[in-house]
Design a binder for this molecule. Structure first.
Ligand code: HPA
Length: 284
């Protein structure tokens, strides 16, 4: 069961349970927390936890775990680092799967779902985002207070999930934990909060779409996070999410949007973001 079947009757929870068992055995026991490092957050990895045996860590390629998509041609498919922060076992996902790569919602949430089934009761999601709110300039880290899921899909579409997760009408009133936002503010006082609009992508938005999102109450715009939050909440995990503003949203800056600039802005902030995430993990 190395690959999630493309057919519609494949049960994503079966794959997630298989991946969870493998994550647990590699980590040496149940996980406490999972962190997903989004575009440009890769430099945060070593700051949070070691991958070497000296630091008690292990790096595993997605390709070697059940249910993850095969790496795309020319690219590397991402990996998960199983490590410890203090006494806690943590899975650090470096790289994620996006809808815009052509994957369904089940694949997009597979890593998070597997980690929660492996015991992670806290999930910290990170992303690169465009800023719609002038209060947050490039380089700002913003705590996600809520989201607008505008992807048109949900990871809970499909057959009834297996017991004990069969109730899929998940309450999202407090999708993003106020407690985790407070912990983040202990580490970095002055962090702002905002609403994240998740779009399908991969094209960036038009200025008219950004004007619409602003009217709808969005502060941030990106192409990830919301589906993973829904999947984690469905399984009962506490979710925190942090956006790193890599650009002003379309029409709000002077220059056209450029993916390499988005990645560069993320890279510049990697170490600071790593310290922030580590600080939250230490305070759980
Ligand atoms: N729009 C959508 N996704 C993004 C952006 C953006 O401006 N920046 C980084 N990810």
């Amino acid at each position: 069961m190395r690959r999630m079947d493309q057919s519609s009757d494949a049960d994503p929870f079966t794959y997630a349970r298989a991946a969870a068992a493998e994550l647990q055995s590699l980590a040496g026991g149940p996980l406490d927390a999972a962190v997903v490092l989004g575009s440009g957050w890769g430099d945060a990895l070593d700051v949070i936890g070691s991958g070497g045996p000296d630091g008690g860590g292990k790096d595993v390629l997605f390709a070697d775990l059940p249910g993850f998509p095969a790496p795309t041609v020319g690219g590397h498919g991402g990996m998960v680092r199983l490590t410890t922060v203090g006494q806690r076992r943590v899975a650090l996902f470096a790289g994620r799967v996006h809808l815009y790569e052509g994957h369904g919602a089940d694949r997009v949430v597979h890593g998070v779902r597997s980690a929660v089934l492996a015991g992670a009761s806290t999930v910290l999601l990170t992303n690169a985002a465009g800023s719609i709110n002038p209060a947050n300039g490039v380089g700002a880290a913003v705590l996600v207070r809520d989201h607008l899921n505008l992807t048109g899909t949900s990871p809970l579409i499909g057959p009834t999930p297996p017991e004990p997760h069969s109730v899929r009408f998940v309450d999202l009133t407090e999708a993003y934990s106020a407690r985790l936002r407070s912990l983040a503010k202990e580490v970095e006082p002055g962090l702002g909060e905002g609403v994240y609009a998740a779009l399908h992508g991969p094209n960036y938005e038009t200025p008219a779409e950004i004007a619409m999102l602003r009217t709808l109450g969005a502060d941030l715009v990106g192409m990830s996070t919301a589906l993973e939050t829904i999947a984690a909440r469905h399984l009962g995990a506490e979710v925190g999410a942090i956006s790193l503003v890599t650009n002003l949203a379309a029409g709000l800056g002077d220059t056209p949007l450029d993916h390499t600039e988005v990645l560069a802005a993320g890279g510049d902030a990697g170490e600071r973001m790593g310290r922030l995430l580590r600080g939250v993990l230490e305070r759980l």
